[in-house]
Design a protein around this ligand. Structure first.
Ligand code: HEC
Length: 102
């Protein structure tokens, strides 16, 4: 007997499912969207708009995500260093170009 379950897909639309930014988008949806907004839009008033995070500050991003920053909890333990890099691939694609003023 055939099963309809076979058609359940897991691809992220518009991106190859195994691309770092696509994996980052999934982690983002799981851990970050509640405060920073679905797809980085409409963040909560107390959180920052990640699309405005400077695109040339990779190290700061990784450090803040893993160790926490101000009102944001540390994600170390929930998010692996490899996933933090995937999150960076996702966020930096939407972030301001490195040449833009802060
Ligand atoms: C509970 C709400 C909450 C969640 C969930 C959350 N954040 Fe944040 N985030 C904040 C707040 C609040 C700030 C502002 C912190 C400050 O500067 O005081 C912040 C700031 C940041 C910053 C800027 C740090 C800096 O160096 O200025 C980054 C990057 C960031 N968040 C990424 C993430 C990522 C990636 C996730 C998912 C793993 C995430 N956040 C999940 C609340 C949250």
């Amino acid at each position: 007997m055939g099963s309809g379950l076979a058609i359940a897909g897991f691809a992220v639309s518009g991106l190859a499912a195994d691309a770092p930014a696509a994996r980052g988008a999934k982690v983002y949806g799981q851990y970050c969207a509640a405060c920073h907004g679905q797809n980085m839009t409409k963040p909560q008033s107390f959180a920052i708009d990640l699309r405005k995070f400077p695109a040339d500050q990779h190290d700061r991003f990784i450090r803040s995500v893993l160790n926490g920053k101000g009102a944001m909890p540390a994600w170390k333990g929930a998010v692996t260093p490899a996933q933090a890099e995937e999150l960076w691939a996702y966020v930096s694609a939407a972030a301001k170009p490195a040449t833009a003023k802060k």
